[in-house]
Design a protein around this ligand. Structure first.
Ligand SMILES: Nc1ncnc2c1ncn2[C@@H]1O[C@H](COP(=O)(O)OP(=O)(O)OP(=O)(O)O)[C@@H](O)[C@H]1O
Length: 362
């Protein structure tokens, strides 16, 4: 198993800079998920760790040894791609055994290793089949089995569940987590699916335009996003973000008759910032009441999404639309008068020019 250290890594494709001074330490046994929009540089970073891509400058260390100039085969890292990339003419057993043949392991040890990994991945009954006879989920289990069979120092996965349907993705996600807990291998996983990232990661690494935006545990990036990009990228439905004015202890939305009163400590770093501000508040921190309530502001419902376990209700306050998460059926229809308030402890204030969260880690 391995600690992976990425130091000051820059990567250019021609004039296009895809990784901008990337620094990251992945601890031994950790499950790190790289999350971001398409084109953010996630795959390039993963391929650079594996040695499938060279870096323009900077160092990559595995257990303290520089490997950036070593070939992929000399890094003892396994890679699982989105497309299963199995050999169609070989059986499942031969596919999984392939990396062991390459290192000339004897047949008895090879069989033992293949059986063990097939058992763990629950594909033992498919060992004599060809890949074409398997479901998508089982094909990806075989691809993961082939990656794990030689007990690599680290397992890298590039959107491994990308082509599976939603239900199978959810099931495989749980299996990948179980496998990681059982094996404890250092894992780096690339996805643009934030639910996958939240559910799998010890730490999430958010990349945008080749720049690392935030590294943190799932609840940390959810509760304390360092900037607007992270705030809007993590969480579903997305965080409400709208321009606000702050006067004394009052936070006023655009066009609203009155503002929300906040305790002084919630506005400590914000009130005198002297920059245009955006309020960020997640739907679960937008509170609705049927009747006039102290501290609440009058609003009108404009849309309701019933989602079974809860509803997402859009309300209009002044010129601003806010999405609130409510109990199912809390609001019966559009055009209804309600009262709205915000949970100050869960409110974020961003500098609209830089995108930085001015409350920092609160
Ligand atoms: N071999 C290459 N040659 C030129 N440009 C490349 C190459 N590989 C990637 N790029 C460019 O680098 C940028 C980052 O790509 P990368 O695949 O790392 O992003 P990503 O975040 O993984 O996105 P995706 O989820 O779409 O794979 C993109 O603009 C892409 O077009």
């Amino acid at each position: 198993m391995a600690q992976i250290d990425i130091r000051n890594v820059q990567k250019f494709f021609g004039h296009l800079q895809v990784l901008k001074d990337l620094n990251l330490t992945i601890e031994d046994g950790e499950f790190v998920v790289m999350l971001g929009q398409s084109g953010g540089g996630k795959t390039t970073a993963l391929r650079a760790i594996a040695g499938l891509e060279t870096v323009t400058s900077g160092q990559i260390l595995i257990n303290g040894t520089e490997v950036q100039d070593r070939k992929a085969a000399d890094r003892d890292i396994a890679f699982v791609f989105q497309s299963f990339s199995l050999y169609p003419h070989m059986t499942v057993r031969e596919n999984i055994a392939f990396p062991l043949r390459a290192v000339r392991m004897n047949a008895a040890d090879r069989d033992k290793a293949v059986n063990e990994v097939a058992e763990t991945l629950q594909i033992a009954e498919h060992l004599n089949r060809k890949p074409s006879a398997l479901s998508g989920g089982d094909m990806q289990r075989v691809a993961i089995g082939r990656a794990l069979v030689r007990r690599p120092q680290a397992l890298l996965m590039d959107e491994p569940l990308g082509v599976l349907d939603a239900k199978l993705r959810e099931q495989m996600r749980a299996e990948i987590k179980r496998l990681h807990i059982a094996r404890g291998s250092t894992s780096v996983y690339v996805t643009h699916d934030q639910i996958e990232a939240m559910s799998l990661a010890d730490r999430i690494v958010i990349l945008h335009d080749g720049v690392l935006q935030q590294v943190g545990a799932p609840d940390e990036v959810y509760l304390h996003p360092t900037n607007l990009f992270v705030a809007k990228f993590v969480g579903s439905p997305v965080m409400n973000v709208s321009d606000v004015r702050i006067t004394d202890d009052t936070v006023a939305l655009d066009g609203a008759q009155s503002g929300f009163r906040f305790p002084a400590e919630a506005l400590a770093n914000v009130r005198n910032a002297g920059v245009p501000l955006a309020l960020g508040i997640r739907p679960e921190a937008v509170l609705l009441a049927h009747d006039q309530t102290d501290g609440f502001i009058e609003a009108v419902t404009t849309n309701i999404e019933p989602l079974g376990s809860h509803d997402i209700v859009d309300v209009r306050v002044g010129n601003t639309s806010l999405r609130a998460r409510t109990a199912s059926g809390f609001v019966s229809g559009e055009g209804q008068r309600v009262w709205v308030n915000l949970a100050p402890a869960q409110a974020h204030f961003f500098d609209t020019a830089t995108g930085l969260n001015l409350r920092g880690a609160h």
